[in-house]
Design a protein around this ligand. Structure first.
Ligand SMILES: Nc1nc2c(c(=O)[nH]1)N[C@H]1C(S)=C(S)[C@@H](COP(=O)(O)O)O[C@H]1N2
Ligand SMILES: [Mo]
Length: 248
């Protein structure tokens, strides 16, 4: 999988990639000498080195990511029923959001930060996909999501598409962030529906970001606010050590 993708990297970027991988190797050696030079009980230093290596790993994954390569899609017969629920709490504790009063908030490097109602979002061009959701905890399931292509939305609100990150704040204190290349990927969807229904409470009402190119935990449910930034925003699991890029 990794090997196959490596071969797909256009030659211009391959050179860049090799340079990055070489630098990554140097960093690893540097990290080892740094670690041996200080007390292994110095947890803060160890954490800092591991964090720096993980951010480097993110940059390599970002360089390999092909912004046009599509994730596999499936027939309706492959959809998992019932589709699994997952969160950092039990299903009956999922947030209850009032759809009538709901307004999606925008912040950061966005020209038009006017909040959006669900009716307005439903009036934008819609698309749908049947794709596989892969959770880092060891399960995967095929589901169908429908909504606004995220690129369409970002263009509509005048987001700075040259910025590095898009961040998400959720109704349940969950938060995460993604790279701009993935935000603009053709299969990245601001999902308002699951199958032929309005997105149910368990699966992220009033909306979730659906990305078949990233692990499940990168797909935020119950989105309340979206912001565009050049400052690394991290995430709920990312800040506890999960790899930030987490591409598939
Ligand atoms: N707001 C919010 N989004 C979240 C989570 C969460 O706990 N809260 N969990 C993540 C994880 S780990 C997974 S696997 C998927 C699960 O989505 P599902 O319930 O639709 O299967 O949501 C992701 N997005
Ligand atoms: Mo997950």
């Amino acid at each position: 999988m990794t090997r196959q993708r490596f071969l797909e990297v256009p030659s211009g970027r391959l050179h860049d990639l090799e340079r990055r991988l070489f630098l990554k190797r140097s960093l690893s050696l540097g990290a080892v000498s740094l670690l041996s030079g200080c007390s292994l009980t110095d947890n803060e230093t160890v954490q800092k080195v591991l964090h720096a290596m993980s951010r480097w790993n993110d940059r390599v994954q970002g360089a390999i990511f092909d912004p046009q390569r599509l994730a596999p899609t499936y027939p309706a017969s492959a959809i998992a029923r019932p589709f699994p629920f997952n969160a950092f709490y039990r299903e009956d504790e999922a947030p209850e959001v009032d759809g009538e009063a709901f307004r999606l908030e925008l912040a950061g490097l966005v020209r038009d930060r006017r909040p959006w109602s669900l009716a307005e979002l439903n009036a934008l061009p819609q698309s749908s996909q049947i794709t596989r959701h892969v959770c880092v905890e060891g399960w995967s399931a095929i589901g169908q999501w429908g909504g606004v292509p995220f690129r369409t939305f970002l263009e509509r609100v005048g987001a700075d598409l040259t910025a590095r990150y898009v961040g998400f704040k959720c109704a349940d204190d969950y938060y995460t962030s993604i790279d701009m290349a993935t935000a603009l990927h053709p299969q990245t969807l601001l999902a308002l529906r699951f199958g032929d229904r309005v997105l149910p409470r368990s699966y992220g009402f009033p909306m979730k970001l659906r990305m078949p190119t990233k692990l499940g935990f990168k797909n935020p449910k119950h989105i309340m606010a979206i912001y565009v930034t050049n400052m690394y925003p991290g995430g709920y699991w990312e800040d506890q050590g999960y790899n930030w890029f987490s591409g598939l």
